[in-house]
Design a binder for this molecule. Structure first.
Ligand code: 8YV
Length: 330
């Protein structure tokens, strides 16, 4: 009997089919988002699962699914998974780094430009039929080229955004990260480490790319927004919860910062109602990695990880991108 695995959300069928050569696969072509109880039910008897950010794998799920050995997230972020609990139970966790870096950086940059040049706000105005004449100050925004780009969280995606800013737009790039990057990496991105206060005070465009954790919860709230320039923009492509959305909506409404671009939200797919009514914010539904090529690469890497994690295929026992590789050594 082949091992049984679960693919928790719809994904490219031709890529999911690759699992069928090794496993008995239960998938979810209707793409229902299961409740935790439904997820536990589907995971019964499964040795492995491909998950997305929508499925929470915590200690309770693990306790209820003792046969589970591999959780392969189709995302670079894995705050939906209690990695510590997985490690304690010997469950391997994998993610999909690298394959989405450039696509996500493109999108972060696009959102930052859309916010600073008021693209969504002015498009809505045009669609409402309000454009009757040219005006010298119509939708004037802030320049991106030559401005100071501040990056909170300087991992792979942060560095890719830094390169775009420095090399493509002549921006001065400052960043804040728990640890300062090596001077070679800083030189490649033309970026300098600053403390968080300096980052908030000096950035013309703040882009948030820090992973979500208890430590980064509301890393940007009312106090941090108060430090920013009234002409500054804020872009969040990290995770909802890193920014206090209620405080951000207030700051936008009161024009304490100029504009924001948000791809992620606290409690998404719900969006804080105040964000829906302020004009100076561009809102997108968590699509920063959504190019066809990249989403296929993410699905493919998640599938490769599952095949290898469960001891099949050419890399048996060596999933390409483990989050808790210590599990493989035990
Ligand atoms: C995913 C993401 O689309 O990779 C991540 O961490 O946020 C996105 O690329 C999303 O999490 C679905 O799993």
């Amino acid at each position: 009997m082949p091992d049984r695995v679960l693919v928790a959300r719809a994904a490219f069928p031709d890529i999911v089919d690759r699992l069928r050569a090794h496993f008995e696969v239960e998938d979810n072509p209707g793409d229902t988002v299961w409740t935790p109880a439904q997820l536990i039910e589907r995971l019964q008897g499964k040795r492995g699962a491909v998950t997305t950010g929508s499925e929470r794998i915590d200690a309770a799920v693990l306790a209820a699914c003792p046969e589970l050995e591999a959780v392969c997230n189709m995302a670079v972020g894995y705050n939906n998974i209690d990695v510590e609990a997985c490690t304690a139970r010997g469950v391997i966790v994998t993610n999909t780094p690298d394959v989405l870096t450039e696509t996500t950086a493109d999108f972060g940059f696009a959102l930052m430009m859309a916010a600073s040049r008021r693209i969504a706000e002015s498009e809505h105005y045009l669609r409402r039929g309000e454009w009757t004449q040219w005006r010298y100050d119509m939708f004037t925004g802030t320049d991106v080229h030559g401005a100071t780009l501040g990056i909170l969280g300087m991992g792979r995606i942060g560095q890719a955004i830094a390169r775009r800013g420095a090399l493509g737009f002549g921006m001065r790039v400052i960043y804040h990260n728990r640890s300062k990057l090596g001077s070679d990496v800083e030189a490649a991105c033309r970026a300098s480490w600053v403390d968080k206060h300096t980052l908030l005070r000096e950035a013309d465009h703040l882009v948030i790319v820090v992973p979500y954790s208890a430590a980064s919860h509301h890393a940007v709230g009312a106090a941090e927004l108060a430090l920013m320039k009234p002409t500054a923009t804020l872009t969040n492509i990290a995770r909802g919860g890193v920014v206090d959305d209620a405080a951000l909506a207030r700051a936008l409404r009161e024009r304490r910062i100029a504009a924001a671009g948000l791809d992620v939200f606290e409690g998404e797919p719900r969006v804080h109602p105040d964000l829906l009514t302020v004009p100076n914010v561009v809102l997108t539904p968590h699509i920063a990695s959504a190019s066809v090529t990249t989403r296929r690469a993410m699905a493919s890497l998640a599938v490769d990880n599952l095949i290898a994690a469960l001891g099949q295929g050419p890399s048996a026992g060596k999933p390409p991108t483990p989050v808790n590789p210590e599990v493989l050594r035990t």
